[in-house]
Design a protein around this ligand. Structure first.
Ligand code: BGC
Length: 917
């Protein structure tokens, strides 16, 4: 119980009813409130999603005010209508669900509670809200969703394949009636690209996303009404091995199966009420295509001479093609894809070209990305072009492949000789900044070479910029490296022969990622992969959480100590940041089993280093080791305390009490085993001290001693960190919370190795796997290291909370109530933060000049905030030019040493404070 906000609560004795009180106080300040407009409708966290399989999809919106500056605006009530047609909804008839007027300020995660939804059903919905004066809004713009297969077990789907690991499949069909609606369900074991009458269906890339195909395979649904025509039509699909049959980690290919397969079902609904279904079946024809080989790690090999012009259009002569093979005995568990699909996120034009070796042209994108190259070129038929990729250049300007390990990361293209040809591989991805092109006589112009960024399309929701260019560079590196790793699964890294969902890496980065991107759907899907992998562990191992997820054939087992613990720590983050309680419910049994597993493997509550829970330790620490038994036991304490909170949040009070009790027992055991009377924890590593301070794992009254040992260690390292993946997550936070923000800033702004800004000062555009991945001379510090590894970016969480100043309130998940408390430090003179919370946009912008601290804040409608100003001198503080004490809608909430707090409702505020010299 020692996050910043909990401390703030304690110090000002703010009660749990704070949010309500604030709202009441604000109510008194303004007689009327402008009308609200509900907007930004999403269903299951997605905009107008197709083909859902959740029985009660969750609906979300935010309320926008006609005048956002007016203070204390709340949604007092809402009404939702869901109809099975646009026409019914247009007449305000909720023939599937009319919620009636619900007196509630809830606007996120409202579960559909109407008639049971049927497979393929179209659901059109809208919402209206009332403000606190009872003024009703207009109805929102309509949103919609469609249902997929509500009873997937009744879905008979044929999986069809070609002869090999790549190939084409096609099927011609005739439409005789007038079409009303057409939609297609698609899935693949491997990757696919579906085309309908010559154009691509949807914009997904390397689809479907990665799951443990033994347990579940994701399907997607696309509305193709505009692509189907009367008369002859053709569906064509290209398939490739993908995660299903391609290489995984350093373990070789075919971990789920040997050859890819495809499945589809096209539904045609005609105006006369009749229907037609076109399925994947034996009537499809198959042939080899221009893609001669494909692997995510090794690249795509494409021979344009083998292109079959017109194959995806009606009328193509496929008489020489073979009948597709229908896979026998396939009975896959098909589930609707829950998260945003992988797709093109942006294009990066090449910024520089060199020719370090005759005939090999090296293009610099200026940024380490995940994706593929796109290149336009011209040449004689049969010319072979080879593209290679790297994160670093050798001193002579050639590509350095060290960080790729065994990944070949090589795409080849054989020219057809037909004019300008564009190559953009479809079924592979690389992690790279530099591209080398070999085989062309003349180097393509810069404008003809791009990096196409391909990742899961999680929406960007956070922005932070400071007055320090080096910190902004770090923020950019954190954001790029995090996003580069989101590939349906949070990968450790995107470039080498690894690229797996390492649970520890995702665990430490999750809190930071939630500031930058809307991670709710992505992590919800991946938590399913984690729990799915856990479910394989039976008998004595029952409950053991995995080290990597999704599981693949031989990746059994698991580990704790920060890795498997993600199964608990991730739902906690999603609940806290997005107000998602559904994830608690769906993960609850798995979390309980994990806690039981930990208990079975503990001796007197300590997890011995030899046990199977034991861990990679504080991975990548800098010669400052933390015993693995302490690491595993600390995480057990963390997990138990988080499950206690989550149990209470879903009404399981008895469980909550039992886990709270167990936390105290584990805490007592840790104190007994590791905390010395002088405050040294275990061997006194920075991480061990941070662990103890983070969870209060020391005898009452000993905080200063434990803190003192951390400060001593940092001093001995001349203000450098030594923490690995685990300790880094909380190092700055623990220092700042305990009155040493100055030390946190010294570490953050440290320019010599090991530090974040050392990486930035080396011109790096991403974060490294370890603090010493590169040496000061720019050469590799270790041969096994990557230059695009997100885990060390976990300081982003503290940067948003302390530099941006937005601190979540753990008692009010989903930013219903939050704290604004910037902590200026270093030589920073300003910082601006914007965050799209579930309630709407929160902004905080502070400047510091000549002892004058100004803070502009925007609190969205339907939320409340506590503003903490860095002075106890309330008399000289102003808000919008008035003494803060008389400012309307600003309610004093107490002072403490060096700070004063105020409760506010929604609206815009402008505080000015003169700091004590
Ligand atoms: C991965 C790490 C991972 C670690 C665990 C490495 O190979 O790249 O990020 O967490 O192994 O042992």
């Amino acid at each position: 119980m020692n996050t910043v906000s909990k401390q703030i609560r304690d110090s000002f004795t703010i009660t749990l009813a704070l949010a309500c009180l604030t709202a009441l106080a604000i109510t008194a300040t303004a007689a009327t409130s402008p009308a609200l407009t509900p907007a930004s409708l999403t269903c299951q966290g997605l905009v107008n999603p197709q083909g859902l399989d959740a029985a009660q999809p969750e609906l979300n919106w935010i309320s926008i005010s006609a005048d956002p500056a007016v203070r204390g605006q709340v949604q007092a009530a809402y009404q939702i209508l869901v109809a099975d047609s646009e026409a019914a909804l247009g007449q305000n008839v909720g023939n599937l669900w009319d919620s009636g007027k619900v007196m509630s300020d809830q606007s996120a995660h409202v579960a559909y509670a109407g008639k049971p939804l049927l497979s393929h059903q179209a659901c059109h919905w809208k919402v209206r809200v009332w403000n606190r004066n009872g003024v009703e809004s207009a109805w929102s713009q309509p949103g919609f969703w469609t249902m997929g297969f509500v009873t997937p077990d009744k879905w008979q789907l044929n999986w069809i394949g070609g002869a090999g690991r790549t190939g084409l499949l096609r099927k011609e069909f005739t439409v005789k009636q007038t079409l009303k609606r057409a939609w297609v369900y698609t899935s693949a074991l491997g990757f696919y690209e579906l085309r309908l009458n010559g154009s691509k269906v949807g914009s997904d890339r390397i689809a479907p996303g990665w799951t443990d195909y033994f347990r579940r395979v994701q399907y997607r649904c696309f509305d193709v009404t505009d692509q189907v025509k009367r008369g002859a039509n053709v569906m064509g699909v290209e398939i490739a091995p993908g995660w299903f049959a391609g290489k995984i980690g350093s373990h070789g290919p075919s971990k789920y199966g040997k050859t890819p397969a495809f499945a589809a079902e096209l539904f045609l609904e005609f105006t006369d009420g009749t229907t037609q279904i076109v399925k994947s079946d034996r009537a499809w024809k198959t042939s080899e295509g221009p893609l001669t080989a494909s692997d995510m790690q090794d690249g795509d090999q494409y021979d344009a001479r083998l292109e079959k012009t017109g194959w995806d259009l009606p009328g193509y002569d496929d008489s020489s093609w073979m009948a597709a093979e229908v896979l026998q005995g396939e009975n896959r568990n098909l589930v609707a894809q829950q998260d945003q699909p992988i797709g093109v996120v942006r294009e990066m034009k090449a910024v520089k070209v060199t020719e370090p070796t005759p005939g090999v042209h090296v293009y610099d994108l200026g940024q380490n990305i995940t994706g593929v190259a796109r290149i336009a070129m011209q040449g004689a038929k049969g010319t072979k072009i080879t593209l290679r990729f790297a994160e670093r250049l050798n001193a002579d300007g050639t590509l350095d492949f060290t960080s790729l390990r065994a990944a070949k990361a090589t795409d080849t293209y054989i020219l057809s000789g037909n004019g300008v040809e564009t190559f953009q591989p479809k079924f592979t991805f690389h992690g790279f900044r530099w591209i080398s092109i070999q085989g062309l006589e003349k180097a393509p112009a810069l404008s003809e070479v791009s990096g196409i960024v391909i990742c899961s399309q999680v929406p960007e929701i956070g922005f932070l910029e400071t007055s320090d260019a080096a910190l902004n560079h770090l923020l950019s590196n954190i954001k790029w490296t995090a996003h580069n790793a989101f590939m349906s699964v949070p990968l450790d890294s995107p470039q080498r022969s690894e690229r797996q969902g390492w649970t520890g890496d995702a665990n430490v980065m999750a809190a930071t990622a939630t500031w930058l991107f809307d991670m709710d759907r992505f992590y919800t899907k991946w938590e399913g992969d984690v729990l799915g992998a856990q479910a394989y562990n039976k008998g004595e191992s029952d409950g053991l959480m995995p080290t990597v997820a999704p599981r693949w054939a031989e990746s059994g087992g698991g580990k704790g100590g920060g890795w498997g613990d993600v199964g608990v720590n991730l739902p906690y983050v999603l609940w806290q940041r997005y107000g998602n309680t559904e994830i608690i419910r769906t993960s609850y049994v798995g979390m309980q089993k994990w806690l039981a597993y930990l208990e079975r493997h503990s001796k007197n509550h300590i997890i011995p280093a030899s046990s199977r829970i034991s861990t990679a330790g504080d991975w990548e620490d800098v010669n400052d080791e933390t015993p693995k038994d302490l690491v595993a036991t600390f995480y057990c304490a963390l997990d138990v305390s988080q499950v206690a909170e989550m149990a209470a949040a879903i009404g399981k009070d008895a469980d909550a009490a039992a886990y709270r009790k167990r936390f105290q027992e584990v805490r007592a055991a840790i104190i007994k085993e590791y905390v010395a009377p002088d405050g040294t924890v275990a061997k006194g590593s920075q991480t061990a001290q941070v662990f103890a301070l983070h969870l209060g794992l020391y005898p009452d009254g000993m905080r200063e001693k434990v803190l003192g040992k951390l400060l001593e260690n940092i001093k001995a390292h001349k203000d450098h960190l030594t923490t690995g993946y685990l300790g880094t997550q909380w190092l700055l936070q623990v220092l700042a919370e305990n009155g040493h923000a100055d030390v946190a800033y010294k570490i953050l702004l440290q320019k010599t190795q090991p530090s974040w800004l050392f990486m930035a000062s080396m011109g790096q555009t991403s974060l490294w796997e370890g603090w010493t991945s590169l040496k000061p001379d720019g050469t590799f510090g270790s041969k096994r290291t990557s230059l695009g590894h997100s885990a060390l970016g976990s300081c982003g969480d503290w940067m948003f909370q302390s530099i941006g100043g937005l601190v979540p309130d753990p008692m009010s998940p989903g930013f219903k109530h939050f704290i604004i408390r910037p902590i200026p430090g270093g030589a920073l003179t300003n910082a601006e933060m914007k965050y799209q919370s579930p309630q709407g946009q929160i902004t905080s912008h502070w400047t510091l000049k000549d002892g004058q601290f100004n803070l502009e804040v925007e609190v969205p409608v339907n939320a409340t905030a506590t503003i903490v100003l860095p002075t106890a001198d309330t008399a000289s503080s102003t808000e919008s030019g008035r003494p803060v004490a008389v400012s309307p809608g600003v309610v004093a909430a107490g002072t403490t040493q060096g700070s004063a707090s105020y409760n506010v409702g929604s609206g815009r505020y402008s505080f000015a404070v003169t700091l004590e010299p």
